[in-house]
Design a protein around this ligand. Sequence first.
Ligand code: SF4
Length: 392
Amino acid sequence: MNSNQTEPGGIYVHIPFCVKKCPYCDFYSITDSSFQPVFISALIKEITMAGRKSPAFDTLYIGGGTPSVLDQDAISRIIEAVYDSFKIFPDPEITLEVNPGTVKQDQLKGYRDSGVNRINIGVQSFHEGNLIFLGRIHTAGDADMTVQWARNGGFDNIGLDLIYGIPGQTRKSWFFDLEKAVSYAPEHLSCYMLTYESETPMENDRQKGLFKPLGDETVGDLFTATREFLANKGYAQYEISNYARSKSLRSRHNSKYWSFVPYIGLGPSAHSFMEPERHWNKASITAYISDVNAGRLPGGGLEVLNREQMMLEAIFIGLRKTNGIDVAGFDKKFGVSFSEIFGKQIDDLKEKGLIVENQTTCALTPKGMLFLDSIAGMFAKQDFEQESRQCK
Ligand code: SF4
């Protein structure tokens, strides 16, 4: 880990089990729950092997997959192992992803007793038809009960995940989901655009013409309408898909991903980032278990980012945030002038109303956010040729 690290790092634990695979999902998970006991033992071994007492961490995010297929005892053992093996700052944010249809009230209370202090619930939609299209195992009623049980179980920091851009969705039907979500007064909301990931069953069906995706213009309209709707309800956007009731209620863990803060990923397929390296674990539960049981860290790959890649990464993650790219920080980190290197792109984008720039930041406008990937691509294209010309 980078010894210059000034902010505490984050720990991500991937639980690779789901009751059923959702057709749009490309995260690594399996549906065979018989692996659970041996997986938990292997995970605890990996946590012990990867553990370190310096530097310190202040977030633990247990995601997946569906971590809530695990009982309170398993979650307690994971949290205890993390505390035993890593240096954890006081008052860490400990998040657990929970899917409706996999939990009951007692279980949620048990998670809270185990030390989980933030819960993220995969609601996705309050429309039965959308839940069926998404292949979710739960009903809108299950989502409703899960949120209430989480509150009753003592959680005062609840995030809800919703998906928009679903075929057939209208502004009216999406607003129904948003209205329903805010009626629970969650502390945090994530609104993800439905994306068709390659080789998923949903993408295959799309290619066969089995359903008609929502048009780009309608999806763009829903994105823009979401920002306005949630702003009026007191939820400020801080990242393309994320909204919080206050700055202190933003996801502390996920914010690390968008700020170059190191994080360690544990469990199959989990990614770690320690500047300038990114590495990831094998995305196979059998290979993972066999490596760990043989006393090896279950590494699946390693990428060392060069300076240009780091600069691009800084731009991409900066553009995701409403605060934008910290221009002074960028200049200091890379020893260059962001405004000079990217002056042409910035001028073009400013003229089109896609970006705003001042002395300290460069951020996408709401309209620009709709074109994040292509805008990041524009920075990638010309900048380094230009910079290398300057450097010669
Ligand atoms: S529950 Fe979540 S992780 Fe599991 S298949 Fe569905 S979207 Fe993927």
